[in-house]
Design a protein around this ligand. Structure first.
Ligand code: FES
Ligand SMILES: [Fe+2]
Length: 460
């Protein structure tokens, strides 16, 4: 039997047969039309391509500078299969050292974090300074002939590229990568809302880490723009009165924006001045004062004039943020919190979630404590939002791994008419002062942007 074309059967992928060999051009072509081959959420072959072409070239978040405040502090972080020691060396310089001993390849540092002037390999005892220099070998003279036989002027392999933005440390495995700020582009405008709330900058706590049987792209897409799921997936949180915002009527009044390599969602705030609107989401006046010192007038106008408050966002490929303001139990007060999260791929159907709590370093102690409680209630391994979300993502991934999923195109065209005109026009520069494109209401513009970047990266 001959089956219809994609146009006639919009949900049918290619021929109505199980495709054993994937035609990548067809995958990327359909993604660009907003129709998503379901198997991309659980596909070994595509995961191999993601490793080779995407994660080895993109800027990857590894740590925040506040995790290593003192000389000698370090954390151990991974970029997929590669482990790095992110260390502040004894002269204060931040380094990303490939965590593999130069002798016979043992993982040099086995701890997750700590403070050390030296790292000693557990296998044969080679020792390195915290700037990566090899300084000691047991029996150097007897076994290697001393400095003449084997000079110690070697260092651990540094990450090919390292840069930071507002204390967020990124590395890139591609030595020829474009500069970090070019990579982020105009998304930095929005990144500031999460990561710069005073001149002292952010402090982070964590990460909590756990594994979920879900493909990494699903979390990234969800945080980038899925306002549509909030009233439905998280209905129980609204029902028990802990969160006033996700009600369907409110969520659809928010705007989604996309700029540079990232995008996110916002909530529409009630009328008021900048200060009133910041108070509405729970910021105390002294924090609002400090925020005004560091957010540009344009950044303040998005809140104070346009009336939008940033909520969840994703920076391509796998770094997400969330800013929410639930009610604490037993209180009518809302409390804002910020979380940074990374969807660290383990395989095509497993992800390690890394979730940090973030708060302005200059915030009052009480605010920090309550904000942390608000975060734990909503996100992190026991958070209510997190539990609701992951249930969906695991189910989607499992279903995407079967043979029928290789025949199905998922519809990710929300916000587009059949001739590709938008359902809702983009906000004008007068009604939304942020860079990039923004529009009010439910749509999948950002999910499409993210997957288009994905397709572009792995087809390059
Ligand atoms: S592998 Fe590290 S000292 Fe031998
Ligand atoms: Fe969610």
């Amino acid at each position: 039997m001959r089956c219809g074309s994609i146009e006639q059967r919009p949900f049918l992928y290619s021929r109505y047969s199980v495709q054993t060999v994937i035609d990548h051009r067809e995958v990327f072509g359909t993604v660009r039309r907003g129709m998503i081959p379901a198997h991309i959420y659980n596909d070994k072959e595509l995961f191999a391509l993601e490793k080779e072409r995407l994660f080895s070239r993109a800027w990857m978040f590894v740590a925040h500078e506040s995790e290593i405040p003192q000389d000698g502090d370090y954390v151990v972080r991974r970029v997929l299969d590669d482990s790095f020691i992110i260390a502040r060396d004894s002269s204060g310089q931040v380094r990303a050292l490939f965590n593999m001993c130069l002798h016979r390849g043992m993982q040099l540092c086995r701890a997750e974090m700590g403070n050390a002037s030296n790292f000693r390999c557990p296998y044969h005892g080679w020792t390195y300074r915290n700037d990566g220099r090899l300084t000691g070998l047991p029996f150097h003279r007897e076994a290697y002939g001393g400095d003449e036989g084997f000079a110690k002027n070697q260092t651990l392999l540094p990450a090919p590229n390292l840069a930071s933005y507002n204390g967020l440390i990124f590395i890139n495995l591609d030595a020829a990568a474009e500069p970090l700020e070019d990579f982020l582009g105009d998304f930095t405008f929005y990144l500031d809302y999460y990561t710069k709330q005073s001149a002292r900058g952010l402090q982070v706590q964590g990460p909590q880490r756990w594994r979920i049987k879900a493909n990494w792209k699903i979390g990234a897409e969800n945080f980038a723009g899925d306002m549509y799921h909030t009233p439905h997936t998280h209905a129980s949180i609204v029902d028990i009165g802990l969160f006033r915002e996700p009600k369907a009527q409110k969520r659809k009044d928010g705007a989604t924006y996309w700029a540079g390599r990232g995008g996110g969602t916002t909530y529409k705030l009630p009328p008021g001045s900048f200060n009133e609107r910041m108070r509405y989401v729970g910021y105390p006046d002294d924090m609002i004062g400090r925020i005004k010192e560091v957010w540009t007038p344009r950044q303040q106008r998005v809140v104070g004039e346009d009336g939008f408050m940033i909520s969840a966002a994703t920076c391509f490929p796998n770094l997400s943020f969330v800013h929410n303001w639930p009610k604490l139990p037993g209180s009518d007060q809302v409390l804002p919190f910020i979380s940074i999260r990374q969807w660290q791929p383990i395989s095509e159907n497993e992800t390690e979630v890394c979730s940090w709590f973030a708060v302005d370093s200059a915030a009052p102690a009480d605010f920090k404590k309550d904000s942390y409680q608000a975060y734990l209630m909503c996100f992190g391994s026991t958070g209510m939002f997190e539990q609701d979300d992951v249930e969906n993502w695991v189910s989607l991934t499992t279903t995407a791994g079967g043979s029928m999923a290789r025949r199905l195109l998922l519809n990710s065209r929300m916000g587009l008419l059949s001739d590709d005109r938008p359902v809702t026009e983009a906000l004008t520069a007068e009604s939304f002062h942020g860079p990039g494109r923004a529009q009010v209401g439910y749509n999948e513009y950002n999910q499409r942007q993210l997957l288009n970047l994905w397709a572009e990266a792995i087809s390059a």
